[in-house]
Design a protein around this ligand. Structure first.
Ligand code: NAD
Length: 266
């Protein structure tokens, strides 16, 4: 499988190059791009990471890359839209990790990639995606006697709350109970809140230090408590999941897939 990585010297781009190298033969890096002003332009992608040379120089132009099967993009919404046009024009597949698209950009992306096999996920961790599935199953079994709460903790630099993954857990939980998250979510509690409303899904958030990402779904009854926990300790987990998605995508028809598809959980 021939892979192009965009945003090659970004935090995730560097991890993705390592993940492709670690895939040992199953995946081959044939191109790596960066924005024109990036200091890494012209450098070998392997040498940049202190690895052996890969024979792939980082370029600002996708047209300079070798013929590829899949493009993996963890950049920005604007850059990702341009990369998607290239993918559609060259009959390739695409793995998208970039987040933060507004409604118009999302619609544009969907239109550009309508005939391309595409995986989109806000979190490529295999463990998180399995946890989402387990949470939905648990919520379908554990009725409203079990108070459902979601907890998440992240590093002190994170600017949004609750995390996208905590919200995805909330949605999975709500789906298992056949309700809409928006109708039952309680995002903050302060002062005289009154007793807990049965059927609500509460969120709690911790910020501090360099926590990569902790998430927990709790089902709390009077007699027992079930918890589904996930702890991320290294961002490499997202890169490995994205490369797994790229390898899976090769055999797929045009369409939009997510990590639940990749892991065979649907
Ligand atoms: P980053 O800023 O470190 O890296 C982004 C890179 O893209 C930068 O090096 C930038 O120069 C490059 N870039 C920008 N425009 C470009 C262009 N036109 N062509 C080529 N490269 C270009 O950010 P990051 O932490 O690596 O995150 C990138 C994106 O991935 C963000 O949207 C983030 O939210 C998302 N992300 C998703 C997951 C997931 O599992 N889905 C995990 C981590 C990060």
């Amino acid at each position: 499988m021939r892979i192009i990585i965009t945003g090659a010297s970004g935090r995730m781009g560097q991890m993705l190059i390592r993940a492709v190298v670690q895939a040992q033969g199953a995946a081959e890096l044939v191109g790596a791009t960066e924005r024109a002003s990036a200091p890494s332009i012209g450098k070998d992608a392997g040498v940049m990471l202190g690895l052996d040379a890969l024979g792939v120089n980082i370029t600002d132009n996708l047209a300079n890359c070798g013929a590829a099967d899949v493009l993996i993009d963890f950049t920005s919404p604007e850059a990702c839209l341009n990369h998607a046009r290239f993918v559609a024009d060259h009959n390739m597949a695409m793995v998208i990790g970039t987040t933060g698209f507004d409604v118009d950009q999302q619609a544009e992306l969907d239109a550009i990639l309508k005939d391309s096999p595409t995986v989109v996920a806000a979190n490529y961790s295999v463990g998180v995606n399995l946890a989402l599935n387990l949470i939905q199953q648990a919520a379908a079994v554990l009725n409203a006697d079990y108070d459902a709460e979601i907890y998440e903790a992240h590093h002190k630099h994170k600017v949004d709350a609750p995390s996208g993954t905590a919200l995805a857990m909330g949605k999975a939980l709500a789906a298992g109970r056949d309700v809409k998250l928006d109708d039952v979510a309680v995002y903050s509690r302060e002062g005289i809140t009154g007793a807990r409303e049965s059927g609500s899904i509460g969120f709690s958030v911790v910020r501090g230090g360099n926590i990569v990402g902790d998430h927990k779904a709790m089902f709390i009854a009077d007699e027992e408590r079930i918890e589904i926990n996930h702890f991320a300790s290294d961002r490499m987990v997202f890169a490995k999941g994205a490369v797994r998605a790229a390898l899976w995508l090769k055999a797929q028809r045009a369409g939009r897939y997510d990590m639940q598809d990749v892991l065979g959980l649907k």
